[in-house]
Each structure stands twice: as C-alpha cells, then as structure tokens.
Design a protein around this ligand. Structure first.
Ligand SMILES: Nc1ncnc2c1ncn2[C@@H]1O[C@H](COP(=O)(O)OP(=O)(O)OP(=O)(O)O)[C@@H](O)[C@H]1O
Length: 277
C-alpha cells in the first residue's frame, strides 16, 4: 500500500431498503451517494441525527449489509461484492473490526472474558501460536484495555457497562485490525465512564497503528476523539472537514443546528424542532 493511499475509500455509496412486499410503504433510501476516505492513523467521525444513515454506511463497509450501488475499497481492494471464500471473509474481518453500542448484547453471555479474547486471537492469528503464547497475548490485551488479568475468568454479566465495553475493544484488538469501526460505542455509558473509554481509545490509537471510524450523534464526544468529521443528513453527506475547525465555525445550517443542540458550557441550546428546518 502506498503511504498516501486511503485505508478505506467509499465512493458514491447507496443503500435502498425495499419496502416489504404487499405493503403500500415506500422503499427507504438510507444512504444516498456517500463518498469519503479514511486514512492511516486517523479518526474520522460520522455524525448526524438518528436515522441519517450512519450505521448503514458502517454496516456496508464491514459487509453486514449489501451495497445497492457505489464502491467500498479497503487498502485498494474492492469490498463491494460478498467474499467468495472463508479466507477472504476472515481477512476482511481482520482488517476492519466493529465495536457495537451495546456490549452486553454483542458478547456471548456464556463465554468468559478470557475466551472472548482468545477466540478472536486464534481466529485471526497469521502464524500458528501455541496455547501459552495465545494466553500471554490475551493478558497483554487485557492490560492494554485497562482490565485486571483476573477478569479473564469472569462472565460478561459480572462486569459493569464500561468494563464490558473494554472487553468489546479488547476483542477487536485481538484481530490486530487496521481499522476499528466504533458505532455509538460510548453512547450507553455515563459521562465519566465515557471519558475513560475515550481516553483509552486515544491511548490505543497512539500506541498501535489503528484508525477509527467513529460513529456518533454526540458532537461533544466527536470533538474529543476525532481528527475529521463528516456530517450526514437524510442519507447524504452535507458537510465535512477538520473536526475542531468545523465545530468552532460551523457554516452549514445542519452542522450549526446540531452543534447548537449540544448542551454544556459554551453551547447555546436550541429547540429540537429547529433541527428539522
Ligand atoms: N434493515 C432495515 N430495513 C429497512 N430500513 C432500515 C433498515 N436499517 C435501517 N433502515 C432505515 O434506514 C435509515 C437509516 O438508518 P441508520 O440506522 O443507518 O441511521 P443512523 O444514523 O445510524 O441512526 P441511529 O443512530 O438511530 O441508528 C433509517 O430510516 C432506518 O429506519
């Protein structure tokens, strides 16, 4: 890969969910001509209100949703078509890992934390490591996400929401991915725990060669973590740029409305219905 080739390139991406047969409902155009690049060592945020199409873009990138038209490439390789072999599917999963909003439902309740990490480690290992080597690596990953090693024997239900999200991040890191897609990954957490997880993500990004695609409706969070952001409204990209600059001087009316809706010092409140105008 040349140094300036994007890690992920999305071109004119479109997703239409057909209306259920036999109903008078209309097709839903969830994503409508979206294009952007994600570069190495970058955190790119996708922001927008609920229903703007953020998750559908992410799901198409990781292959959880088919693409209606347009293209997704990862390191220059086409990802639009379904993988033909298990080998291709694994390779795709290794490169781009997904962390969901709700770690409780994304973790197997009967699998210990240690086994969650070990199974992703052995699935994506490029050589054939022995059990001892895998266990040593799993402990290193627990250290990296700030969880005590004794947690390896625990089940997800024995952990707090923040600890479970650390496990979800650990599971993603076990694949040694180039990109982690974080889909509302801190939205379910208390503000103080959110801050801890955001700090953890920043530390991991500084230490490992990993890029983030950070999906959020929360501009305060996006401001803390991302380098660049794109703003989606009704399936389209309506604004994009350097996060700090865009939030300091939002020019697009939708970005201004989103920003004004964020409560807290320095943010002027705006009534919700104004966002629709
Ligand atoms: N499987 C599906 N079938 C039909 N419509 C869908 C499906 N998934 C998403 N949609 C619709 O596509 C649009 C975009 O949804 P999407 O979840 O991508 O938005 P979002 O910005 O991620 O919102 P949220 O943060 O609430 O998840 C919405 O109108 C949604 O109802």
């Amino acid at each position: 890969m040349s140094s300036n080739q994007p890690l992920i390139s999305v071109t004119d991406l479109r997703k239409v969910f057909p209306a259920p047969r036999g109903t008078k409902a209309e097709d839903v155009v969830a994503v409508d001509g979206v294009s952007f690049d994600l570069h190495a060592d970058e955190c790119l945020a996708i922001v927008g209100e609920s229903g703007s199409g953020k998750t559908t873009v992410a799901r198409m990138i990781v292959g959880l949703e088919t693409v209606t038209s347009g293209a997704v490439t990862v390191e220059g390789k086409d990802r639009t078509a379904a993988p033909r072999h298990l080998r291709d599917r694994r390779e795709r999963a290794r490169q781009v890992q997904y962390v969901f909003q709700d770690p409780y439902s994304s973790l197997n309740g009967r699998q210990t934390i240690g086994n969650v990490i070990l199974s992703n480690l052995s699935l994506h290992a490029t050589d054939r490591p022995g059990r001892t080597e895998l266990q040593r690596h799993a402990q290193e990953i627990l250290d990296a996400v700030g969880l005590p090693r004794r947690f390896a024997d625990r089940l997800p239900r024995e952990l707090s929401g923040g600890q479970r999200q650390r496990v979800a991040i650990a599971r993603a890191l076990a694949a040694d991915p180039q990109v982690v897609v974080l889909d509302e990954a801190v939205a379910a957490l208390d503000v103080s725990i959110q801050a801890q997880i955001l700090n953890l993500l920043s530390d991991i990004k500084a230490e490992r060669k990993v890029s983030y695609l950070f999906i959020s409706h929360d501009l305060a969070v996006v401001n803390q973590i991302s380098d660049r952001m794109i703003v989606m409204e009704n399936g389209k990209v309506v604004d994009q740029g350097d996060t700090a600059a865009l939030l300091a001087h939002p020019t697009h009316p939708y970005t201004r409305a989103l920003r004004a809706a964020v409560p807290g010092p320095g943010w002027r409140p705006v009534r919700r219905e104004k966002l629709a105008s």
